[in-house]
Design a protein. Structure first.
Length: 345
């Protein structure tokens, strides 16, 4: 057999995919394909040797972590409020100028400044975000305890809401009141009175709250300071309360690292790799060791652990990239991604 069909190493690069910018309407890519001029024959396994890519993941994920939920007053769907950032690539309608975008935050203090701006008058619109009330809450950061706190304006008690709180899920899905869903643009109604438009991106069970340190589940039991109040989020068995003089401190430190790993999936690794969400074709998990907008360079260990469930003939390789939560990682089209594979026979 020709040795041209039996390379020991192969380098794959996103820029070698001629259709890279046509895969999605906005040009970003989370997968690419390299077609081989000479097919690989009789291979028994492949293994990722190294990977180089620009980390595109901001500290807050545009797709799932831009809404902070809290209750103003008693715990009810009607009193569920939301302070939000718009996605970093948000393009507003011509008439909409009241918003704050997600961005790269060098410090927690910078994030707190952005949240206070988003919570203040003139920085959101109740037409698009029915859960927004201007000037109702204020965020702060204690550099000694390294915790974020949130306080009310002195007239209404507040309580952060957990991501899996039934009222939060109801608001995101529009189960009880479809017109109260949170949107990014064009607010109109159809004949049934339902609000239409592009929804604020969300993933059920995720929110900004946990990133800021309000990490408890709705069914968790926090640290109690009285019979009816607890530290952290409002849960099924406890409700923290706040005034301007008594802010609610987060129950954990803020996490501003975006994702922790990039999972790489390959089309030819049919049954060799399985992730924790039961996703197949997993080739490797790459730790993110570089901050956002910096090059992450990864080299695998010297231990040989090839993926053995591959086809006998390989004509093309398609790679897909997802984060810890299984969400696609969006690489802008000017971000090169290169992978080097070792081939075993």
């Amino acid at each position: 057999m020709s040795f041209a069909n039996r390379p020991d190493k192969i380098c794959c690069d996103a820029f070698s995919d001629a259709t890279l910018e046509n895969q999605n309407p906005n040009g970003v890519y989370s997968r690419f394909t390299n077609r081989l001029t000479t097919p690989i024959l009789n291979a028994k396994g492949i293994q990722l040797l190294n990977a180089n890519f620009v980390n595109p993941i901001l500290q807050l994920n545009d797709a799932s972590q831009l809404m902070f939920f809290y209750y103003a007053g008693t715990i009810s769907l009607a009193n569920l409020k939301c302070i939000r950032l718009l996605p970093s690539n948000y393009v507003p309608p011509d008439t909409y100028t009241s918003f704050t975008r997600n961005e790269y935050f060098n410090t927690v203090q910078e994030l707190v400044v952005a949240l206070n701006r988003a919570a203040s008058a003139g920085n959101d619109d109740a037409t698009y975000n029915p859960g927004w009330t201007a000037g109702q809450v204020t965020f702060s950061y204690d550099s000694n305890t390294r915790r974020i706190s949130v306080a009310g304006n002195g007239t209404t008690t507040i309580a952060p809401a957990a991501a899996d709180d039934p009222n939060v899920l109801d608001r995101l899905k529009g189960t009880t009141t479809p017109t109260n869903r949170i949107r990014m643009n064009t607010y109109v109604t159809n004949s049934g009175g339902y609000a239409l438009g592009v929804l604020q991106p969300f993933v059920l069970g995720q929110s900004m709250n946990s990133r800021l340190g309000f990490a408890m589940s709705y069914f968790a039991r926090g640290l109690y300071w009285s019979a009816s109040s607890q530290v952290g989020c409002a849960t099924s068995i406890g409700v923290p309360s706040s005034s301007a003089a008594y802010p609610v401190a987060a129950d954990a430190n803020p996490i501003l690292i975006g994702a922790q790993n990039v999972n790489v999936y390959c089309s030819v690794v049919t049954g060799s790799g399985l992730d924790s969400l039961n996703g197949k074709n997993l080739l490797a998990t790459i730790p993110l060791e570089a901050p956002a907008l910096n090059v992450n360079s990864y080299t695998t260990s010297s231990v040989e652990k090839p993926a053995l469930s591959i086809p006998n003939e390989i004509y093309e390789l398609t790679f897909e990239f997802r984060d810890d939560y299984g969400s696609p990682i969006p690489f802008p089209p000017n971000y090169s991604t290169s992978l080097v594979l070792s081939v075993f026979y």
